[in-house]
Design a protein around this ligand. Structure first.
Ligand code: CS2
Ligand code: MG
Length: 408
């Protein structure tokens, strides 16, 4: 069996999904996601210029050898661009393998450990009243876990994960399309003063059964993160995400000495080498990598196994920029993983997205139910894809009040 050709598509409804389609001489094809938010054309070019020419003629069933060939063969290894490109190939090869077996992908990992996988939705509000409406909206849909992000009074601009418009509480998706990045102002003191009060009010209103998550988005210094974690411990978060920038991994020791709040990190990690210190030192409780820019199913499954050895659970990244292909790859891992924790979920549900990526996966009562179609269980409609083209966009750049550049 041989790979005969492969194509890359860039575009989608409100997002520049990077979709890889690998064709074989037996007519079976595989699909993979290489979307790297706000840098989408780079993995697309990496695939087109460097990787696809090497794929032609290879046996698609040898997904491990092909992964090693690209990873070890690159010399300049790792990094989000290369790993997203390898990730897309790897997903597509597992898709082919499971289609050949006539099985849903999770069967090739060892079958299902659970029927439905717990999801969390993004609740957001320009202020606390809006955030409460947003949480109520997701509770009505049956969600049992929500991430809460709230506008901070007197913050000069809105900040990460917060709607700019009052009343905008549903399906909040940031529009990053700009010629140059937008700029946001951040004030750590205002955030640290207000956010615990907001969590207090939410526990008062919604009680302690609701699973509440919160994303600091890398904004605190190590000491501040420890203080914040200590203060919010009483609100029993399901997790506190990215309290500090993850480059300085030992910074988390400080937080761990002061608080037992569960910590989730890893959405910007690309390889097991970014995760292993945090996992082996028990500095985190949830690992947040994703199947796209952490090198596909082959590599992420290794990370999941390592995490399992140290009682770290999964909480894969599922921002709106992930295409339904990446979400499906993760859904199959979630169905199997003995150390599954939770899955972030935003992507499906718009009619345009469903038309581009038809699938029978379902979401009900805040749980994801993986379909039993062979392979990833997601198709790609090339005619629909022709409606979209690439639109450049940037994440905002964050500054402190005095102008100093900070972490987005
Ligand atoms: C995030 C993302 O989903 C999350 O938890 O922190 O929204 C992140 O900001 C984006 O993936 C960046 O592209
Ligand atoms: Mg995050």
């Amino acid at each position: 069996m041989k790979i005969t050709s492969a194509k890359v598509f860039v575009g989608g409804p409100k997002k520049n999904y990077v979709t890889l389609k690998i064709m074989t001489d037996e007519g079976v094809y595989g699909l993979g996601d290489a979307t790297l938010n706000c840098r989408e054309t780079l993995p697309a070019h990496y695939l087109q210029e460097y990787l696809i020419p090497c794929l032609i003629g290879k046996d698609p069933r040898n997904s491990e050898d092909i992964w090693q060939y690209f990873y070890r063969g690159a010399y300049f290894r790792r990094g989000p661009i290369a790993m997203a490109a390898f990730g897309a190939i790897d997903m597509a090869l597992w898709d082919i393998k499971a289609k050949l077996a006539g099985m849903p992908l999770y069967q090739l990992f060892g079958g299902k450990s659970r029927e439905g996988a717990l999801l969390y939705a993004h609740a957001t509000g320009k202020d606390i009243a809006d955030l409460e409406d947003s949480i109520a909206f997701y509770l009505d849909q049956g969600y049992k876990a929500v991430r809460v992000q709230c506008g901070i009074p007197d913050m000069p601009t809105s900040s990460y994960g917060v709607s700019e418009t009052k009343g905008d509480v549903k399906n909040y998706i940031t529009n990053f399309v700009t010629n140059v990045p937008a700029e946001e102002i951040w004030d750590t003191e205002k955030y640290m003063r207000y956010m615990p009060k907001a969590l207090d009010r939410l526990r008062d209103k919604f009680g302690f059964d609701l699973k509440i998550l919160h994303d600091v988005h890398h904004r605190l210094l190590p000491r501040e993160a420890a203080e914040f974690a200590k203060e919010v411990e009483q609100y029993k978060l399901f997790w506190l995400e990215d309290p500090t920038p993850a480059e300085d991994q030992d910074a988390l020791k400080f937080l761990r000495q002061h608080s037992t709040v569960p910590v989730a990190i890893g959405e910007v990690f690309n390889s097991i080498y970014d995760c292993n210190h945090l996992i082996q030192q028990n500095l985190i409780d949830f690992i947040r990598v994703c199947c796209t820019y952490a090198g596909g199913i082959t590599h992420v499954k290794r990370i999941v196994d390592l995490a399992g050895l140290h009682n770290v659970r999964t909480g894969f990244h599922g921002a709106p920029s992930h295409s339904p292909l990446c979400m499906a790859a993760q859904a199959h891992l979630n169905a199997w993983a003995p150390n599954f924790g939770i899955q972030e979920y935003l992507v499906l549900g718009t009619p345009e997205c469903d038309a581009l990526f038809p699938s029978n996966h379902t979401v009900k009562d805040g749980m994801f139910f993986v379909s039993d179609e062979p392979g990833l269980g997601v198709d790609f409609d090339e005619k629909e894809a022709a409606r979209y083209e690439f639109q450049r966009g940037y994440h905002p750049v964050t500054r402190l009040q005095d102008g100093t550049v900070w972490n987005y």
